[in-house]
Design a protein around this ligand. Structure first.
Ligand code: PEP
Ligand code: MN
Length: 343
C-alpha cells in the first residue's frame, strides 16, 4: 500500500496501530481528493477510507469511535468510574511520602502522585529530589498497593523514570516539548499529558498525537487550567473542554482542580464539577499537613477533604449514570453520533 501510494505521490505514514481488520495508514489530508479516496476505497486491500477533518488522526474519535480504556493496576481510566490520583505536589522524603501514600489510599484514591522532577517557575524554589525521589515514591506505592504517577522533564531521563513509574506525567510547561513526547511515546508506560497553559485543544491533541504516533496508545489528557486574567485564581479551569474533548477524541480526560485554581477552598467544588462534566478522573494535590508542604501548599487539601471529595464525586457520577441509563440518552449516545458523523 505504501509503495502504491508513493507511486501516486501520496506520502503516507503507517500508524503503529493494528486493528482486527488490519493496519491503519495515515495520509496527509491536503493531498486526498475525493477521486483519490474513491480509488483507494475500491482496492481489495483497503477496508475503509475515513476522511478525518482534524489535524490529529490517531487521537480522533472519527478514527476510533470507542473511548479508550487505560488500565493501570486495578484502575481503568475511561471505564465509567472516576479514577482519583492523589498525593503531594512534591516527594519530600521517605517518611513523608509513605505517610501521604497511606492517607491517599485510606481516603479512597486509586493512584499516588508525587513530583520528584519539579518544573518550578523560579530556579530558587525547591526543585525536587530527582531520581531518589522517584524511588521513594515507588517504595511508598509498593507499600500501599497504589500505582504511581510522576513527572519526567527530560527525554534522556525517561527510561530511568519509566523503570519505576506506572504512569509518566508530562507537565503543562512541556506539552510541546516534542523530543520529550517522542521519548515517552517509546517508553512503554501510560502517559498523563497535561494541557499547556496557553494551548488550544488542537495543539493539545496534536501533542497527544506525537505520543500515539510513537507507538504508545495509552495517553491520558489532563486539563489543569489555562492562563487567565484574574489573579484571584492561579489559572482558569476550562471545564467546557471536558465534554468538548469527549466529542473530539477517544482518549480518557482527567481534570486537575488543584493547579487549575491554586486555592485549596476551590479544589473540591471544581473537582466535583469536573466529574459532573464527565471527567474520567481527577488529579488532586493532597498532603497530610498542607501548610507544611514544600510546594503548592496553598492549593493542597488534607486527607479528610480528599475523602469527602471522592465520596461526593462518586455520588454525582452515580446520580448522572442512573439518569441517562435509557439507551438513547446521555453522553455515551451523543458521542457515538458525533464520532459517526465524521465517517
Ligand atoms: C504538577 O502536577 O505537579 C505540575 C507541576 O503541574 P502542571 O504541569 O500542570 O503545572
Ligand atoms: Mn504542584
Amino acid at each position: 500500500m505504501l509503495r502504491l501510494l508513493a507511486s501516486m505521490h501520496v506520502f503516507a505514514v503507517p500508524a503503529p496501530v493494528r486493528t482486527v481488520i488490519g493496519e491503519v495508514i495515515c495520509l496527509p489530508d491536503a493531498t486526498i481528493s475525493e477521486e483519490l479516496a474513491r480509488r483507494l476505497a475500491a482496492l481489495p486491500a483497503v477496508a475503509r477510507v475515513i476522511p478525518i477533518n482534524t489535524p490529529y488522526h490517531l487521537a480522533s474519535r472519527a478514527l476510533f469511535p470507542t473511548t479508550t480504556r487505560v488500565r493501570v493496576g486495578q484502575a481503568i481510566f475511561g471505564g465509567g468510574d472516576p479514577i482519583i490520583i492523589a498525593g503531594p505536589c512534591s516527594v519530600e522524603g521517605e517518611e513523608p511520602i509513605l505517610e501521604a501514600a497511606r492517607a491517599a489510599r485510606d481516603a479512597g484514591a486509586q493512584l499516588l502522585r508525587g513530583g520528584a522532577f519539579k518544573p518550578r517557575t523560579s530556579p530558587y524554589s525547591f526543585q525536587g529530589l530527582g531520581l531518589a525521589g522517584v524511588e521513594l515514591l515507588a517504595r511508598a506505592g509498593a507499600a500501599t498497593g497504589l500505582p504511581i504517577v510522576t513527572e519526567v522533564m527530560e527525554p534522556a531521563l525517561v527510561p530511568q523514570v519509566a523503570a519505576f513509574a506506572d504512569v509518566l506525567q508530562v507537565g503543562s510547561r512541556n506539552m510541546q516539548n516534542y523530543p520529550l513526547l517522542r521519548a515517552v511515546g517509546a517508553a512503554g508506560r501510560p502517559v498523563l499529558l497535561k494541557r499547556g497553559f496557553a494551548a488550544t485543544l488542537d495543539e493539545w491533541l496534536l501533542a497527544a498525537e506525537y505520543i500515539l504516533a510513537a507507538g504508545n496508545p495509552n495517553v491520558l489528557l489532563c486539563e489543569r487550567g489555562v492562563r487567565g486574567f484574574d489573579p484571584q485564581t492561579r489559572n482558569l479551569l476550562d471545564l467546557a473542554c471536558v465534554p468538548l474533548l469527549r466529542q473530539l477524541t477517544h482518549l480518557p480526560i482527567l481534570v486537575d482542580p488543584s493547579h487549575a485554581t491554586g486555592r485549596r477552598d476551590l479544589v473540591a467544588p471544581m473537582g466535583i464539577a469536573a466529574i459532573a462534566a464527565g471527567a474520567d478522573g481527577l488529579l488532586v494535590e493532597m498532603h497530610p499537613r498542607p501548610d507544611e508542604a514544600l510546594s503548592d501548599g496553598r492549593q493542597t487539601i488534607d486527607p479528610g477533604a480528599l475523602r469527602q471529595l471522592i465520596r461526593r464525586g462518586r455520588a454525582v457520577r452515580a446520580a448522572l449514570t442512573s439518569e441517562d441509563s435509557s439507551p438513547d440518552a446521555g453522553p455515551a449516545a451523543a458521542k457515538e453520533l458525533v464520532g459517526g458523523a465524521h465517517l
